[in-house]
Design a protein around this ligand. Structure first.
Ligand code: AP5
Length: 210
């Protein structure tokens, strides 16, 4: 399975990705998580990326594309992967197409998780992540267990979230017609409880849905 999850910030890509990769036995490749790891380690790439992430802008294509190409060379990506948050621009999608063509691989599907903007700010501002496990919670919709050590992302402040939404509509939404034209885009309603959304997503990528 070679899948891509796209959708606006807060749509549930990270939450759903963790369930789907377990079901299909493939790695989750989240460019957001990879960039945050670089930031936390203080690498040159992380310092450059932070300049963009902290204000809700996309990190330049060449930085992200290089990072993903390196990631795809690892053994665990040989039998499939689920991209979460990549590609995010048409230039990134074209670079991915070129890389996959070079490797003789094809995408099986691209899933768009649809959630209206009005719901996203509340979802993101209530998000907390377990520092030890990386598990994603929501203070209201998916409450963390007592005693979990929770962290809030630096870019989850309301004013930054609004910028991330602007970037999504301007730079990432054009991927919808890009993949629709190839007949591999599936739309999934991202509103509902977590299990309901997972069931829709798994149905959308199962072979008979194609
Ligand atoms: P990234 O980390 O990819 O963030 P994002 O796309 O903005 O998405 P989020 O992680 O905020 O949301 P999500 O859809 O994963 O939702 P989640 O499951 O957590 O990117 C961060 C930054 O890195 C970017 O702004 C950019 O600067 C940079 N970047 C990353 N990739 C890049 C690229 N390819 N190119 C350039 N720059 C890049 O859910 C959100 C909350 O909602 C949680 O609290 C969750 O519990 C809750 N929730 C989930 N599902 C439901 C539900 N069904 N009902 C109610 N609540 C729910």
């Amino acid at each position: 399975m070679r899948l891509i999850l796209i959708g606006p910030p807060g749509a549930g890509k990270g939450t759903q990705a963790k369930v789907v990769v377990e079901q299909f036995g493939i790695p989750q490749i989240s460019t957001g998580d990879m960039l945050r790891e670089h930031k936390a380690k203080g690498t040159a790439l992380g310092t450059k990326a932070a300049e963009y992430m902290n204000r809700g802008a996309l990190v330049p294509d060449e930085v992200v594309i290089g990072m993903v190409e390196e990631r795809l060379k690892l053994d665990d990506a040989r039998n499939g992967f689920l991209f979460d948050g990549f590609p995010r621009t048409v230039a990134q999608a074209e670079a991915l197409d070129a890389t996959l063509a070079r490797l003789g691989l094809e995408l099986d599907g691209v899933v768009l998780i649809e959630v209206a903007d009005e719901l996203l700010v509340e979802r993101i501002c209530g998000r907390r992540t377990d520092k030890a496990t990386g598990q994603i919670y929501h203070l209201k919709y998916n409450p963390p267990p007592p005693g979990a050590e929770l962290v809030q992302r630096a870019d989850d402040k309301e004013e930054v979230v609004k910028e991330r939404l602007v970037a999504y509509h301007a730079q990432t939404a054009p991927l919808v017609p890009y993949y629709e034209a190839r007949g591999i885009l599936r739309r999934v309603d991202g509103v509902g409880d977590l299990a309901q959304v997972t069931a829709r997503l798994v149905a959308a990528v199962s072979p008979k849905a194609k």
